[in-house]
Design a protein around this ligand. Structure first.
Ligand code: C2E
Ligand code: CA
Ligand code: CA
Length: 567
């Protein structure tokens, strides 16, 4: 086995012998080359093995002992997955016992009276090398494309480095290509492969100088385990420059996450953190390198806290649904037309948390359905309550996350909610963000179409922020367009944004659907939108999102206005 030199290290071996004189002899032979532990019988041996499971390299085992003999120890080791990884060399004077010991899984034997010192040392060394080699070989596989280590081999190897050199400062580095899938789709697999090979080459050059190892984990994700570097920008820009040479046509961006060595931290956690850091610069135009640090750690802990507290929070009514009105501005004075339900989390220790913080987090972790189901239920109940108390049905829209749309129970759940509150599907409108339409559009369109057939109305949220093509928009099943807030925010100063708004209004006219302008804060914005024939407006100009008790006053006010106008 070609074990890299630095892996050779003072290994731990256990000598199990009941006779002190024999223990001394073996100890004398081994102690220069090994850290030697001793046990006087089988029971002590099992205890010592258990206590040193991770880094015990070999066991030298006498067969005839009081309390528990060597055969029983061998039997116990053999049936234990962890213990059986450690090779056993049997110490025996009886020829007959050898065969039995080998059958019980011993790796080798040393005969008493003891062989020459060199023979014993050579046997122990060979057995250790064989067993470590076998573990590595068992996992050996090089990635055929880049020649870097396979995943299994990489981790086995990194583990050995960590086990035998716990004081070495080894950092975890994760390397990724931004939007590799589209690079592959647009330029062909062959180009993608060339790119990966090139990165593999450059990574290997880097390893040579840093005592590192590397692997390609999946498609375009590389893991590197190397001695601490003072500045990772150096390697990143070298890689980036090599990639730039590959093609002038294709714009390629690498990103890198680093988790610096922390004493005693497990490999999995180290690489998880490097991955987190790497994901933080995904798609960013300015930053391509992130080093995991305390502030990221704090943020992760905060997120973890939110995730842990979610269920308890829902059960204890810490979540509150707020309502923000949408006004029809094509009549004078403007009239209340509907509302949007927006969730808030009033956390007992962390205070009011805005959905911008926890929604993306729960979407990422697959928990969003918990929040959304709660909001839909609350909203349906609230619409029914207002109708009962005030005699009007005010439609309210709720937000659907991408994951909701792919829940096979979605349609049933919504329908039963509508029925149990005595509502009509048109009373509970559904907002789906534009970006949800861009991936896997077909499935989404079929779900949305079915919901529309059942009578629900679909509002396309944040329109203009995504990348839907004009071609696609015309075939989308939608009832309302909600223009992304960013267009409104600049219209006063920026003529170009106003042109975009006009363009969106034209598209809506072509699709024959009304437009909601979100984020309207000023009279000037309102006037511009009214003149451009925008139908509905939602924003601080009219009202912030309000708790239901306060929102009720807006309904009452609008009812009175209606009565006045009728006179
Ligand atoms: P969104 O669906 O685009 O909601 C509009 C956001 O704009 C809300 O932020 C609202 O408070 C804010 N807003 C309204 N008018 C104005 C204005 O005049 N100026 C400014 N600067 N902002 C205004 P909020 O409530 O913080 O919600 C943020 C996002 O969180 C929402 O964006 C939505 O994507 C998500 N969200 C909120 N509630 C839920 C929910 O129950 N389920 C899901 N899946 N997502 C939700
Ligand atoms: Ca929305
Ligand atoms: Ca929106």
């Amino acid at each position: 086995m070609i074990l890299p030199e630095r892996i050779i290290h003072k290994r731990k071996v256990l000598v199990v012998e009941d006779q002190e004189i024999n223990r001394d002899i073996l100890g004398g032979i081994l102690e220069d080359s090994y850290e030697v532990l001793y046990a006087g019988n089988g029971l002590e041996a099992i205890e010592a093995i258990q206590a040193n499971l991770d880094d015990l390299s070999a066991i030298l085992l006498d067969l005839i002992m009081p309390v528990m003999d060597g055969f029983e120890v061998l039997g116990r080791i053999r049936v234990d997955a962890k213990m059986s990884r450690i090779p056993v060399i049997v110490l025996t004077a009886e020829k007959e016992a050898e065969l039995q010991a080998l059958q019980l899984g011993a790796a080798d034997f040393i005969t008493k009276p003891y062989d020459a010192h060199e023979v014993i040392l050579a046997r122990v060394a060979r057995i250790i090398e064989l067993s470590e080699g076998r573990r590595l070989i068992g996992a050996t596989e090089f990635d055929p494309l880049t020649g870097l280590y396979s995943r299994g081999f990489f981790f086995e190897y990194a583990e050995q480095i960590q086990r035998f050199y716990p004081e070495w400062k080894m950092d975890a580095v994760v390397l990724n290509i931004d939007r590799f899938h589209s690079v592959n789709d647009l330029n062909g697999r062959e180009f993608g492969d060339k790119l990966l090979i090139l990165i593999g080459e450059e990574v290997r050059l880097f390893l040579a100088n840093t005592n590192g190892i590397a692997s390609r984990m999946e498609a375009d994700q590389f893991f590197i385990y190397c001695q601490q570097q003072s500045d990772y920008h150096v390697i990143l820009s070298r890689l980036q420059n090599r990639m730039n040479l590959l093609s002038h046509r294709v714009s390629l961006r690498l990103r890198m996450g680093v988790c610096p060595w922390i004493k005693g931290i497990g490999l999995e956690q180290l690489f998880d953190r490097a991955k987190t850091a790497c994901n933080m610069v995904r798609g960013s135009f300015r930053r391509h390198l992130m080093v995991y640090d305390e502030s990221i750690h704090q943020k992760e802990m905060y997120y973890q806290r939110l995730i842990n507290d979610l269920h308890h929070g829902i059960k204890n009514h810490q979540f509150k649904v707020f309502y923000q009105p949408k006004y029809n501005i094509q009549v004078n004075p403007p009239r209340l037309s509907s509302a949007e339900a927006l969730i808030r989390w009033n956390h007992p220790d962390l205070g009011m948390i805005s959905p911008g913080e926890f929604i993306p987090l729960f979407e990422r972790d697959g928990l969003i359905h918990v929040v959304d189901a709660y909001v839909w239920e609350e909203t349906a109940r609230q619409i029914a309550q207002w109708r009962q108390r005030l005699g009007v049905t005010l439609p309210v829209s709720v937000n659907l996350s991408r994951a909701d749309v792919f829940d096979p129970m979605l349609e049933n759940n919504l329908i039963s909610l509508i029925h149990s509150n005595g509502l009509h599907p048109r009373d509970l409108k559904l907002e789906v963000t534009e970006s949800a339409y861009t991936d896997d559009a077909e499935q989404l369109i079929s779900v949305i179409s079915r919901l529309r057939e059942r009578g629900f109305q679909i509002e396309m949220d944040d329109f203009g922020s995504g990348y839907s093509s004009l071609n696609m928009i015309s075939s989308l099943p939608i009832d309302v367009l909600k223009m992304d807030m960013k267009f409104i925010q600049n219209i006063e100063q920026n003529n170009k944004d106003f042109r975009l708004i006009e363009l969106i209004l034209d598209i809506a006219k072509y699709l024959n659907v009304p437009v909601v302008a979100e984020g309207v804060e000023t009279q000037a914005q309102l006037d511009l939108l009214r003149n451009a024939e925008c139908d509905l407006v939602q924003g601080y100009y009219f009202s912030r999102p309000l708790p239901p008790e306060e929102f009720e006053a807006l309904i009452v006010k609008d009812l009175e206005l209606g009565k006045e106008l009728a006179q």
